[in-house]
Design a protein around this ligand. Structure first.
Ligand code: PMP
Length: 390
């Protein structure tokens, strides 16, 4: 029997063999020609994956929280007003980070857990405003809620705010056209749809964000994330020149370059379409098994993860049985509903067969805890979606 379980959580995810091979390659110097070439190419590819031809990419050792910290530290000055569009735990986190750098933060919250504020509500908040910055969580991993980034970005711009998108659970899974949609800064981390083990904070800052940084009156309040330290490094590597500020994570950046190559080979449109279809298949299975989801309607549900409520009389014990059946899914994260739901991540190199394996394991878990349902109902519903093709 295979000991390996399928990891279907919202990050870290399953990585391709090529990416893992790059992780295991002999580590070179950070100024070795092959590393300079890989770093330079990864920076160029990041711009293509974010669809932001005139953006400035940053690749820095750290997690997604560091990417949020870097965005806030470089764009916010004490006393700046910021509007946070809050759809869950990661909106709360952005509030805390922004306040740490002296911002005065206002929030537009969803009317209920699992919902997203409407464009009208956000516009109403912006009107009152004078906001320098607006942040949006593309997919909040605690609720599985996706917001309408395109419409929100247009609104933010119309009211003169820099638009920052936390795309940690979205970039390279959900459709996001940074340049075309007018997003001033988008950020993510390596361990989700980007498809690389945890450890990289990834950002692309557009021209307006870089301009705001250059016009700062006060120094950036954190040494490590200050773009004044990192910009020359990114520019040097992209020009295929060696450089040093902090030792780059050589293997992770090599693996990132491999994964970005695979992402671009699939194509950004094909990639978001695959995520959409696999998500629909899993969500159809969840519904067929009689489970509700945290997102209150399909239009606000993410394509990168699914967040089902446990059915009546079932608790998180079912997840241990699903794991025994070979698939690891995640428990709840949002404190208000933590024990009432679970989360399945489906991003990156995820395939139709991974979805079917996951539904099969969930069905086995449900059967083990005595939940009454038609065995195979979830699988049939998923198959029906998958059989339709893209
Ligand atoms: N934002 C979102 C939307 C996330 O899902 C996460 C991680 N789950 C983060 C930020 C923070 O990323 P990290 O855990 O890599 O610090």
């Amino acid at each position: 029997m295979k000991g390996r379980k399928l990891l279907m959580i919202p990050g870290p995810i399953e990585f391709t063999p090529e990416v893992l091979q790059a992780m295991g390659a002999p580590t070179t110097s950070h100024v070795a020609p092959n590393f300079i070439a890989a770093f330079g190419q990864a920076l160029e590819r990041l711009r293509q994956v974010f669809l932001c031809p005139d953006g400035q990419p940053f690749i820095v050792a750290g997690s997604g929280t560091l990417a949020m910290d870097m965005a806030a530290a470089n764009l916010v000055e004490p006393g700046d007003r910021v509007l946070v569009v809050n759809t869950g735990v990661f909106g709360d986190r952005f509030v805390a980070i922004l306040e740490r750098y002296g911002a005065t933060v206002a929030q537009v919250r969803a009317p209920a857990i699992g919902d997203a504020p409407s464009l009208e509500e956000v516009e109403e908040a912006l009107k009152g405003g004078g906001y320098k910055l607006m942040t949006v969580t593309h997919v909040d991993t605690s609720t599985g809620v996706a917001v309408e980034v395109k419409g929100l970005a247009a609104l933010g711009r119309a009211y003169g705010a820099l638009v920052v998108v936390d795309g940690v659970c979205a970039v390279a899974g959900e459709e996001m056209r940074q340049g075309e949609w007018g997003i001033d800064l988008a950020l993510t981390a390596s361990q989700k749809a980007i498809g690389v083990p945890p450890g990289l904070a990834l950002l692309v800052a557009g021209p307006r964000a870089m301009e705001a940084f250059r016009r700062r009156k006060s120094p950036v309040g954190s040494y490590y994330v200050d773009w004044a330290n990192w910009l020359p490094i990114m520019e040097a590597y992209e020009a295929r020149q060696p450089s040093y500020f902090g030792t780059p994570p050589v293997n992770l950046i090599g693996a990132l370059n491999v994964s970005l190559g695979q992402i671009l080979e699939e194509g950004m449109e094909a990639r978001s379409a695959r995520h959409r279809r696999l998500s629909e298949a899993l969500k159809a299975a969840v519904a067929a098994l009689g489970m509700e989801q945290v997102p209150v309607r399909p239009e606000v549900a993410a394509n990168t993860l699914t967040a089902p409520y446990f059915p009546e009389g079932v608790d998180r014990g079912v997840l241990a049985y699903a794991k025994e059946a070979g698939v690891i899914v995640a428990g709840g994260l949002h404190p208000a509903i933590k024990d009432r739901y679970f989360r399945v991540g489906h991003m990156g190199a995820v395939s139709a067969s991974d979805i079917l394996a996951t539904v099969g394991a969930i069905e086995q878990g449900l059967a083990q805890v005595g939940y009454r349902f038609e065995p195979g109902a979830g699988l049939a519903a998923a198959q029906a979606v998958l059989a339709r093709g893209t």
